[in-house]
Write a protein of this length. Structure first.
Ligand code: PGA
Length: 258
């Protein structure tokens, strides 16, 4: 049993509207109240609803954190459509995702751009959830570890040892995201152990022992507990199931018991 506090994030992606984001926030605050002390819980709503979700959680004195799904690395200026770190902080965000596979593979972000975002988030004192993971063809070609290593080393280039306290790694095999196909607990554990060994090489054993490495990709109430029971899996980043209050709460409970 590690002493890392489990982490469960709800990545709402490009879903919800003003009403449904508010009711989801209210529902999650209520349903997760009993596990808030034992699991770090964070929701990542679409940017237009950040302020609304934060104020609902505040009004319920909820410990659930709010994060941005993506941020640009520049401070301000002529970057049409982008959101800065200061804006996200202003909206109550304490965390942000970087390098989610949909940003990498749908929008086309490079490892280097992801690294610039990671550094900006850490320099701005936000917790950064760096997402990495291989595509199906890469897994079938036996390249899972190679892809994870490249995305981890480039994503964390020039990150200081102390800054690692504000980093969570999300291992999300791309073929498992939104597909209903989950990595087996054994395959996920193997990838997580490899990632932890790399962090050890890069930052030393204290940092490796402290860093939370969470799993993402079709996590649901029925598979959460067996995944979270693995020694190197410290929680999950939840997409589809985070849009259902009961499912998200059941997954948070599974993490609290792991
Ligand atoms: P999923 O998404 O749970 O819908 O597979 C996970 C993610 O993309 O973070």
């Amino acid at each position: 049993m590690s002493n890392r506090k489990p982490y469960v994030g709800g990545n709402w992606k490009m879903n919800t509207n003003s009403d449904s984001s508010s009711s989801l926030a209210r529902g999650v605050a209520e349903a997760c109240e009993s596990v808030q002390g034992s699991v770090e819980l964070v929701v990542f709503p679409p940017a237009p609803y950040l302020i609304g979700v934060r104020s609902i959680l505040n009004s319920r004195s909820s410990a659930i954190g709010v994060g941005a799904q993506d941020l640009y690395f520049e401070g301000d200026g002529a970057f049409t459509g982008e959101i800065s770190l200061a804006m996200a902080s202003d909206c109550g965000c304490t965390q942000a995702l970087a390098g989610h596979s949909e940003r990498r593979h749908v929008i086309g972000e490079s490892d280097e751009l992801v690294n610039a975002k990671v550094k900006a988030m850490l320099d701005g004192d936000l917790t950064c959830v760096l997402c990495i993971g291989e595509k199906l063809e890469e897994r079938e070609a036996g390249k899972t570890n190679e892809v994870n290593e490249r995305q981890l080393r480039t994503g964390l280039a020039d990150v200081g040892q102390r800054q690692m306290d504000n980093v969570v790694i999300a291992y999300e095999p791309v073929w498992a995201i939104g597909t209903g196909k989950t990595a087996s607990p054994e395959d996920a554990q193997e990838a997580h152990a490899h990632i932890r060994a790399l962090i050890n090489e890069m930052f030393g054993d204290d940092v490796a022992a402290r860093t939370r490495i969470i799993y993402g990709g079709s996590v649901k109430p029925s598979n959460a507990a067996t995944l979270f029971d693995q020694p190197d899996i410290d929680g999950g980043l939840i997409g589809g199931a985070s849009l259902q209050v009961e499912d998200f709460a059941a997954i948070a409970k599974a993490a609290s018991g792991a």
